[in-house]
Design a binder for this molecule. Structure first.
Ligand code: XMP
Length: 515
């Protein structure tokens, strides 16, 4: 199978590069620059190599380098940003860096006639993000593009099939980015482009069948799309040797726990252990009202329950996780301010020791994971499940959590979701942008009247947001009819609720979840 190696020098867009290559039907895999040898590269039979960008300067003492022999194995190389600077530096070109020569954002680039720029306009907008630049290309290389500030925005040594661009062809702001990558893949590397996303499942199953042969693997299944897809892939690879532990903390939505059990145990025939730990969680949450405290308790308790379960299973060799690419970036953010301590099973390895951790979806974006999920026959409701926070309904019951409040919330939430889905089906697809919708049991009680009698019950808030990435979101303009139906059904069908309000706050300033 033809494939491209994306050699990772620590840049922000590395996974995006791999994705852009896969979008052109050539498989791409990412390897850290210091963890693959020239022999391994030769043995893997790559059609081409892309050196990614990176945060440092080639002159930094600890800046990452590649083995110079890579350029001599005859595989075409495309260096991007730091990748081209490094190629120039290691081949004895001249690199300069000065604040006033840095370029950031959309920049006009003038390109000369070259196979890398076939079908690319001579002047076009490219996305730049650099301070250092190649001042003089190494011997054997020629300059094939420039900007006002950057004398060498692209260079190549056609004989050795070595190319480099200072800008980022992988980001959408580079007008001809897709064409430039396509030129590299098809005209320079001579790829055929016959790989399909569907092949990912087949290859991954094959890889893990060999890699995990005879090993016992444990996976924490949450019922979310990522861990579900990882579970099905690994189950196809190693069958009974995969043990999935589903910790039901009692904070799931209506019927969700049973649904997960039904899908994985009955439909897929997996070795699934459902741990009903509701009592444990509720006990620890008793009297707790502070949101961060709730999150911490749930995170800790989750680990304990999982640990207890793992111990009772005897020797487990490998921990599998459904980590996907956006989780990898988020966890790499480091110093970003903590708005909420997100709880994901990614925290597990710190407290448990396994021989190895495998993450079969680590290189994929959410939509790619969904497409693999569909392919594997995972039910639509699960593959397209809206995001659901690890701490579950605990962050949607404001104030102290009780069994009674959870029951009320579950019923109200189920009605609201049903009504949004009903409204969405009726609406034209382009207008329906309800990306996440749920009910919140506010701590407020208010007076109502039912059948001439005074009532005093909870206020439920409905939340529905439209967003691409959940970093920012706007409240969804749901049809009034849908809101009315939801409100009327909730107050009629759910005991204990007297009032329904709709949250019309965007993010920022509010977050999606109330706690
Ligand atoms: P916020 O409330 O931070 O939510 O605006 C953004 C998105 O993240 C989800 N969310 C979580 N997901 N663990 C998760 O896996 C968590 O602890 C968590 N908290 C919030 C939230 O539902 C929304 O989609």
């Amino acid at each position: 199978m033809e494939k491209i190696l994306v050699l990772d020098f620590g840049g922000q867009y590395n996974q995006l590069i791999a994705r852009r290559v896969r979008e052109q039907h050539v498989y791409a895999e990412i390897k850290p620059c210091d963890r693959i040898s020239v022999e391994e590269i030769k043995a893997a039979g790559y059609q081409g190599i892309i050196f990614t960008g990176g945060p440092g300067s080639v002159y930094d003492a600890d800046s990452p380098h590649y083995d110079p022999a890579i350029l001599n194995v005859g595989i075409p190389v495309l260096g991007i940003c730091y990748g081209v600077q490094l190629m120039a530096y290691m081949e004895d070109g001249e690199i300069c860096g000065a604040e006033n020569s840095s370029e950031y954002g959309k920049t006009m680039v003038t390109a000369s006639q070259n196979v890398l720029f076939a079908d690319v306009s001579a002047e076009s907008v490219c996305w730049m993000s650099h301070t250092d630049y190649v001042k003089t290309p190494p011997e054997g290389f020629k300059v094939i593009a420039h900007t006002d500030k950057c004398p060498c925005a692209a260079m190549c040594d056609e004989d050795r099939k070595l190319y480099g661009v200072q800008f980022h062809p992988e980001v959408v702001h580079t007008d001809y980015g897709k064409q430039i990558l396509s030129n590299f893949l098809f005209r320079i590397c001579r790829c055929k482009g016959d790989w399909r996303m569907e092949d990912f499942a087949v290859q991954t199953v094959e890889t893990y069948r060999k890699k995990l042969a005879g090993k016992k693997v444990l996976l924490a299944l949450s019922g979310g799309v990522d861990s579900s897809v990882a579970a099905v892939l690994l189950h196809q690879a190693i069958g009974e040797n995969l043990v999935c532990v589903f910790v039901d903390h009692g904070l799931l939505r209506k019927d969700e726990g049973d649904f997960v059990e039904q899908v994985f145990r009955r439909q897929f025939g997996m070795n699934l252990i459902r741990v009903n730990a509701k009592e444990r969680f509720l006990e620890r949450l008793q009297g707790v009202t502070e949101p961060e405290r709730k999150r911490k308790i749930i995170g800790e308790e989750f680990i304990r329950v999982f640990e207890d379960e793992a111990k009772s299973l005897g020797k487990i060799d490998v921990l599998a996780q459904g980590t996907i690419y956006p989780d990898v970036i988020e966890s790499g953010k480091g110093d970003a301010a903590v708005i909420k301590s997100h709880h994901n099973v990614g925290g597990l390895p710190d407290v448990m020791s396994f021989e190895e951790i495998v993450e079969p979806l680590r290189d994929l974006f959410k939509d790619e994971v969904r497409s693999v999920g569909e392919q594997l026959g995972i039910p639509h409701a699960l593959v397209w499940r809206q995001p659901f926070p690890g701490p579950g309904l605990a962050v949607r019951v404001i104030g102290e959590i009780t069994d009674e409040k959870l029951e009320i919330l579950r019923d109200a939430d189920a009605i609201f979701r049903e009504e949004v889905e009903r409204a969405e089906l009726a609406a034209d697809a382009a207008a329906s942008a309800a990306n996440q919708y749920f009910a919140v049991l506010t701590g407020i009680r208010s007076v109502g009247v039912k059948g001439d009698a005074r009532t005093y019950g909870y206020t439920v808030a409905l939340r529905c947001v439209s967003t691409d990435d959940f970093m920012t979101a706007t409240w969804t303009r749901l049809p009034y009819e849908a809101l009315e139906r939801a409100s009327s059904r909730i107050t009629n069908e759910v005991k204990g609720i007297t009032r329904v309000v709709y949250d019309i706050t965007s993010k920022p300033p509010a977050t999606v979840e109330w706690e």
